[in-house]
Design a protein around this ligand. Structure first.
Ligand code: PLP
Length: 394
């Protein structure tokens, strides 16, 4: 009989020649269970999605209740759909007052596209500034602002008028001018291998954008919802973006993204031409109730408290002669090794010992550590023990 693995390779489009091949039967909290019943600690959270853990009971309950009412009804922005209305209201209630208007989409890259378009429409300018080693998604606009030529060259021509600066380098902020529609930046760079900017840099960035009339887009698709130790990563920097990008953990395990801005800014999508950004499924009712339940769980269960301490515990335990550096903020972390071969071997050894870790798109000699925020102190000790044991075998 042909196996699932063979069918997967045959019928499902592949994105690399060496997929992970783990076949999960079910998932719960921090754990994944494969088809043979073996359990794995998930230290990747489906790439920063499962912040509240897999299959949170409140999310499941909300989804089931919504399934009994309706699923898709019509395109975004026409009918009054209470799941989307309530979710936007809750999201706005935890954001600074300037960020009071939410456009729900389906994914992170679509949030990026919407935000880039919105910036051009609002400012009447075309210039976009992005960062080297950035990642904002894989569609054409998002690819245009990706800071890694290797992933882009095959798809040129891309968007014109895109300039790149070095993340964290204050001198480069001069490149933001009166021709700049927007600066798009991850508050904490993820795929670059987790790079945390300084307070002074982020404040100067905000100031420069304001002076030049350029919109500041902060991409927190990976960093939001408690991952860095605050609900939103920008909170630690005392700044507010003009547009905030959300996805991944936004849906509590369901697909949904959003770009959030001020009502006045967002208003330009309504006319000249109307329907400035269109999506059929954006803000899907089932994803919206899941997102609302997830955000409610984060707040009610106080899941953000303790994230910084948990990150510190990881860091204090991850001491090994093969580790060059442990970077990060809260539970958005990377372990810097020397080579990709080491990263691959450690990942394989950890998987064999029941711990899932991964690497980064633009930094393949570092290991990605982004567990659900619910991970306990004891589980952190077990997980780091497995990682250190794997490093011993290098
Ligand atoms: N922005 C950041 C910072 C990301 O990490 C990602 C995905 O990894 C995206 C955007 C794109 O999100 P999606 O895969 O949902 O399109």
């Amino acid at each position: 009989m042909i196996s699932h693995k063979q069918l997967f390779l045959l019928n499902n489009a592949q994105t690399s020649n060496n997929p992970n091949f783990l076949e999960v039967d079910h998932a719960e909290g921090l754990y994944l269970y494969d088809i043979k019943g073996k359990s794995y600690m998930d230290l990747v959270s489906g790439f920063a999605v499962s912040n509240i853990g897999h299959r949170h009971p409140k999310v499941i309950e909300a989804i089931k209740a919504q399934l009994d009412k309706y699923m898709h009804l019509t395109v975004y922005g026409e009918f009054v759909q209470s799941p989307m209305v309530k979710f936007a209201e809750k999201l706005i209630s935890v954001l600074p007052e300037q960020l009071n208007n939410v456009y729900f989409v389906n994914s992170g890259t679509e949030a990026t596209e919407g935000a880039l378009k919105l910036s051009k429409r609002f400012t009447g300018r075309s210039g976009i500034i992005a960062c080297h080693h950035s990642y904002h998604g894989s569609t054409h606009g998002a690819l245009s602002v990706m800071g890694n030529e290797a992933y882009k060259q095959a798809y040129r021509p891309l968007l014109p008028d895109v300039g790149f600066i070095s993340f964290g380098k204050e001198e480069d902020l001069e490149n933001i001018t009166a021709d700049t529609a927007c600066v798009i930046m991850e508050t904490v760079q993820g795929e670059a291998g987790i790079r945390v900017p300084s307070l002074a840099y982020m404040q100067k960035l905000r100031q420069r954008c304001t002076e030049m009339g350029a919109l500041l887009i902060l991409d927190e698709i990976q960093a939001a919802f408690g991952r860095t130790g605050t609900l939103f990563a920008f909170e630690d920097y005392g700044i507010v973006p003009d547009i905030l990008l959300l996805a991944k953990a936004l849906g509590g395990g369901m697909p949904i993204g959003a770009f959030v801005a001020n009502r006045e800014v967002m208003g330009v999508l309504k006319e000249n031409p109307i329907l400035g950004h269109i999506t059929t499924f954006g803000g899907h009712p089932v994803s919206s109730v899941a997102g609302l339940a997830s955000l409610t769980a984060i707040l009610e269960e106080n899941l953000v408290a303790g994230v910084k301490e948990k990150g510190e515990l990881f860091r204090s335990l991850l001491v090994h002669p093969m580790i060059r550096e442990v970077r990060g903020k809260g539970l958005m972390m990377s372990i810097q090794l020397d080579t990709f071969e080491q990263v691959e071997k450690v990942s394989q050894l950890c998987a064999a010992d029941g711990v899932v870790i991964d690497w980064f798109l633009h930094c393949e000699n570092a290991l990605r550590i982004a567990p659900p925020l619910i991970i306990t102190e004891e589980e952190i000790r077990t997980a780091t023990g497995v990682i250190l044991k794997a490093l011993d075998k290098l």
